[in-house]
Design a protein around this ligand. Sequence first.
Ligand SMILES: [Zn+2]
Length: 388
Amino acid sequence: MSTDLPTDATALDDIPLLDHHCHGVITSPLERPAFEDLITESDWAAPAGTTHFDTQVGFAIRRYCAPVLGLEPFADPDAYLARRRELGVEASERLLRSSGISDYCIETGHRGDEILDPAGMAAAGAARSHEVVRLERLAEELMLEGCAADGFTAAFGRLLDERLAHAIGVKSIAAYRIGLDFDGARPADAAVVTAVRGWREQIGHGAAVRLDSPVIIRHLLWAAVDRGCAIQFHVGYGDADVDLHRCSPLLLTEFLRRTRESGATIMLLHCYPFHREAGYLAQVFPHVYFDVGLAINYTGARSSEVIAETLELAPFHKIVFSSDAFGVAELYYLGALLFRRGLQQALDVFADRDGWPPEERRRVAELIAWGNARRAYGLDAPAKADGS
Ligand SMILES: [Zn+2]
């Protein structure tokens, strides 16, 4: 890890991180507008005369990533990007390999043709990788192949089984497409067939193949529940396509009640600014886990406070790590660095205040860094964690 990290008896920089939700890196050279586009959740360029570098994440990149590329901290953005292009793929490899991430769980459903696939990420990061499949994308693939309404549920079940033979879990973007205030009950088969027929007709009239039917999305979720797999939900903060007021995890309460004894595990992603609500759900529902990925990078110098807030209500065996990085390797590196720093600072405060012993702080950190995700997804322990 970077020498910029604080190192004392409780330093967490040697703990492997299991990044349970992230995407792939774009390895082609990036000019400034393209790079700036990848360090914001906004869909638009910064207003004329301003820059997306003037943000928490922009400052964190200049502070912490510049030295990894051989520059002084707080290098000018143009100098930083010139150095990045000069190094080429090595820039991404340096950042990924300095992150201490042992496992990348890659969601492949978003702009999958532009980013490194799980095998590419494993090679670039010198780490393990695993795949997570996007439910809505699978349904859209079936429609693109011309699947008939009558055969949809059977075909979807087969495709899901096929993909879960390799993938470690699924993700849903119900938050984006229908909001999380959907009916938590399993939809009737006839209603699903009718909804697919309607979707097929819309496509026939020239509509884009974009799934936004609540009935069909609920069917996909229940198909995953039936398979007892780990189901990731986008929750909270995201890009401008999301209606944030419909993304509180509390809106999933009825679905969580109905799935509590199903064998499925629910992974609430991102959660900011609803991470306290997510912590409540993680306490009361045995099958609910959550992270504050994405928000860690975008709150930068304030991320330690956000991480400390996740350690309020939530049991320590229900909090997991993710970077939710997409596109640029800086976001994996910073996600890891800021997470370690925030977790360490929170645990140090508990130690100062209440005398938490070092070995107990270490145990809690390992649960959150990799132990909980390993259990939730049924993975082997990270190689570097063997014997610890
Ligand atoms: Zn994501």
